[in-house]
Design a protein around this ligand. Structure first.
Ligand code: BEZ
Ligand code: FE
Length: 295
């Protein structure tokens, strides 16, 4: 490239960065400046063709058209690019033995049913019954009473309730920890499922020969006063998808848990009558970090 061309390209970047200099909010100024520098560097590095630029615009337009309050194609895009997990990493620095965070995903719904300890979040979702118990503690080992534990999951067919066209509320609920920090509930054994891949993000995955499958997992969000909110999952140790890979890069070794099979006839911990059904059980002990200092 000639020096003159190099100068033209750099001048444009500098001019656009400077155009944000008057933003009264210093953080917005920083974000827009850095975004401009990185975006221009990308375009210059790959020598983006006008056809490729148009293709990218069409891709984003299609993502926008598909997005509504039940389908969020932009979160999926962020997830498959690892941008969601990088944001999780930046915002959840390792703190003593605090439980690791992972991707939020697009299927959390506010105001889930309150189930109470020992309740069942399945609400009829198909799947093998699964008993999950654990505690919430702080990093000094003190039990956290009254922590809100939100849980959500896909059914054994791989769908969240919001992916059905009826208005069912299944596979989600919340409860509060007891004085000793303990919690326990029924759900269904998580199974691997594909992220929605019938839109532009799915087309991108297909074009690069990547699978849309997620390793089997159960979502948690744990909130308690003065402690850092934890958004995470637990993964099923025996799931073969763990070795194949997770389409949104969400797996962390510390979050892989044993889900132990309980043959039909094994008494349930709470006396629930399961008839001739086998069930499973898992344990998840949560450690919450201190909340970051307010800036
Ligand atoms: C989920 O685990 O629910 C999820 C995460 C990322 C993309 C799609 C789904
Ligand atoms: Fe999920």
């Amino acid at each position: 490239m000639t020096d003159a061309q190099e100068r033209i390209e750099q001048q444009l970047t500098d001019e656009v960065v400077a155009s944000f200099a008057g933003a009264p909010d210093p953080r917005l100024r920083e974000l827009m400046g850095a975004l401009t520098r990185h975006l221009h560097a990308f375009i210059r590095e790959v020598r983006l063709s006008e056809q490729e630029w148009k293709h990218a615009i069409d891709f984003l337009t299609a993502a926008g058209h598909l997005t509504d309050d039940r389908r969020q194609e932009f979160i999926l895009l962020s997830d498959v690019l690892g941008a969601s997990m990088q944001t999780v990493a930046v915002n959840n620095e390792a703190y003593r033995d605090a439980t690791e965070a992972t991707v939020f995903g697009p299927f959390f719904v506010e105001d889930s049913p309150m189930i109470g300890n020992g309740g069942d979040i399945a609400f009829g979702a198909p799947g093998t019954p699964c008993w999950v118990e654990g505690t919430v503690r702080d990093t000094d080992g003190h039990p956290v009473a009254g922590a809100r534990v939100e849980v959500w999951e896909a059914d054994e067919d791989g769908f969240y309730d919001v992916q059905y066209t009826d208005s069912r509320v299944t596979g989600r609920g919340h409860l509060f920890t007891e004085d000793d920090g303990g919690f326990r509930f029924w759900c269904v054994l998580p199974t691997p499922y594909p992220i929605p891949h019938d839109g532009p993000v799915g087309a991108l995955l297909a074009a690069v020969h990547r699978s849309p499958m997620r390793a089997a997992h159960l979502h948690f969000m744990v909130t308690a006063a003065k402690l850092r909110t934890l958004v995470t999952h637990i993964f099923v140790e025996d799931d073969p998808q763990l070795k194949i890979g997770d389409s949104v890069f969400g797996v962390k070794e510390s979050l892989v848990k044993r889900f132990t099979e309980q043959p039909a006839g094994t008494p349930a911990p709470d006396g629930r009558e399961l008839g001739d059904r086998a069930w499973t059980r898992a344990r998840f002990d949560v450690v919450l970090a201190e909340a970051p200092a307010q800036t």
